[in-house]
Design a protein around this ligand. Structure first.
Ligand code: 6PG
Length: 507
């Protein structure tokens, strides 16, 4: 019997996606350069599958993989972003892949690479992309999927993607959990919706990751304040986060943070997080989001700050040295009441900063979509992020509703619900940032979000002075608030009269 889907790349994500596809009734031909990984997935399938018919057929070459598939072939790639994707594509061409065949790249590819690949391979096969979010558990039991590319290819992929994706209860907006091998969830809203043409899906996944970086950094800053500023134990902090997780901060990242904080080292028996080296890794998607925000000209300072925070963390030796030379404020002490109030304010600070992070991410997608002629549906994007992915959170439900109320919403800050939340919490947010700063605890994400909020709501910014400076040293001209828009002026700075003259428009 021929297989429904070919699968290349059986790392952690690949293996789990294969088993997820198999649970949903698809027969898979699986290939990896490592025959050990091929054997591993076959073995796991045998252990989990109660029937005598194997659901996964192991292949030892690209040619064998193609020969095992129903035509036109549907092949899913789960290989590292970058050169490996092209290597696999070239190997598939060498093995005789056809122009009607579809290859789905599920990695975190750079969106521009995806656009280029779709063109490059268009005479050989249809390159489709679908970023996957949710880590290994998501891949196994229901990820969020961000498919994009040929609309024809999507018609073939849609039923499969909707079957394997995470599902959300349409009434509550909460995930419908699936936790056991063999289990499938056929009801609920699938976290898989067509995003747009080639590149759009990877762009949206890139922004998801940028938001993920900022969400993690904000939680990290709260932990830092509670641990170093208030001197709480990791278990006490876990208790606070657990309580916060009951309210609007209910999210997967908050939930796993509690688990990480509670974890004891199996050898020392002490808090594991205290033993983990404070140098953060990164694979690039947060950086790409920050770079794109600069290129598009859409402010995303909290996402960029989260990338900087990871870079700063990597300067460990420098920091150890500088800690001996540079002083901060003296340690402060708090009464139990002061401490409790501070913790409440911190909650509001995190919530408000989180709203700004999503405002930045969604506006970035909106402006990028305009630039690249993608028609993105933001309610649908917020909807597919409600379950399966790393940034899943109850918070995505009001975002979904905000874009359902107004599909042209320019920025979440202007949505009545979120504006109301920010208005209610901004006072506590300011105090928390100020208090952390007085304690000498770096809060780059919390404070950059606050500056973003204050800048975006400011009718007047000091860019008038800046324009004056630019005109002084470079005759860059400026517009005036008391004259019609678009008219340009320049001061003859070097003449004794320093006359302001109108500059005629360039023909
Ligand atoms: C996801 C994650 C996943 C991964 C990233 C981030 O959505 O499932 O975003 O794609 O964790 O690669 O990794 P770094 O923190 O290493 O950049």
């Amino acid at each position: 019997v021929l297989c429904d889907i070919g699968f290349i790349g059986l790392g952690v994500m690949g293996k789990n996606l294969v088993l997820n596809l198999a649970d949903n009734g698809y027969k898979i031909a699986a290939f990896d350069l490592s025959s050990e990984k091929v054997n591993d997935v076959i073995l796991q399938d045998q252990q989990e599958n109660n029937s005598d018919t194997p659901r996964v057929h192991g292949c030892s070459s690209y040619t064998e993989l193609l020969s095992q598939l129903k035509p036109p072939h549907l092949i899913v790639l789960s290989v590292p972003a970058g050169a490996p994707v092209d290597q696999v594509c070239e190997n598939l061409i060498g093995a005789g892949i056809g122009a009607d065949d579809i290859v789905i790249d599920t990695g975190n590819s750079l969106w521009m690479d995806t656009v280029a690949r779709e063109k490059k391979y268009k005479n050989n096969f249809i390159l489709f992309s679908s970023a996957v979010s949710g880590g290994e558990v998501g891949a196994r039991f229901g990820p969020a999927l961000m498919p994009s590319g040929s609309a024809y290819a999507w018609t073939r992929i849609k039923p499969i993607w909707e079957a394997i994706s995470a599902k959300v209860d349409p009434e509550t907006g909460k995930p419908l959990e699936r936790t056991r091998p063999g289990e499938v969830v056929n009801t609920g809203d699938p976290c898989a919706a067509y995003i747009g043409p080639a590149g759009a899906g990877h762009y949206v996944k890139m922004v998801h990751n940028g938001i993920e970086y900022a969400d993690m950094q904000i939680i990290g800053e709260a932990y830092h304040i509670l641990r170093s500023g208030l001197g709480l134990s990791t278990d006490e902090i876990a208790d606070i986060f657990e309580k916060w997780h009951q309210g609007p901060l209910d999210s997967y990242l908050m939930e796993i943070t509690v688990e990480v904080l509670r974890q004891k080292s199996s050898d020392t028996g002490t808090s594991l997080v205290d033993l983990i080296l404070d140098k953060a890794g990164q694979k690039g998607t947060g950086l790409w989001t920050a770079v794109s925000s600069l290129e598009v000209g859409c402010p995303a300072p909290t996402i960029s700050q989260a990338v900087y925070a990871r870079s700063i963390s990597s300067f460990k030796d420098f920091r150890v040295q500088a800690a001996k030379q540079l002083t901060g404020p003296a340690a402060a002490s708090f009464t139990p009441q002061e401490q409790a109030d501070f913790i409440d304010r911190l909650h509001d600070a995190i919530y408000s900063a989180k709203i700004c992070v999503y405002a930045q991410g969604f506006q970035l997608m909106k402006l990028a979509a305009k630039e690249h002629n993608w028609s993105l549906n933001f309610a649908s994007i917020a909807k597919i992020w409600r379950a399966g992915c790393i940034i899943r959170a109850v918070f995505l439900q009001p975002i979904t509703e905000a874009f359902q109320r107004n599909e042209d919403l320019e920025n979440l800050l202007l949505d009545d619900f979120f504006a109301g939340q920010l208005n209610a919490h901004q006072g506590n947010w300011r105090k928390a940032v100020a208090e952390a700063t007085l304690l000498g605890i770096p809060v780059g994400a919390l404070s950059s979000a606050l500056s973003y909020y204050d800048s975006m709501r400011a009718e007047v910014l000091p860019a008038n002075l800046l324009q004056g400076q630019r005109d002084f040293f470079g005759a860059h001209t400026f517009e005036r608030v008391d004259k019609p828009a678009g008219k340009k002026y320049h001061v003859q700075w070097s003449s004794p009269e320093r006359q302001t003259v109108e500059i005629p428009p360039v023909q």
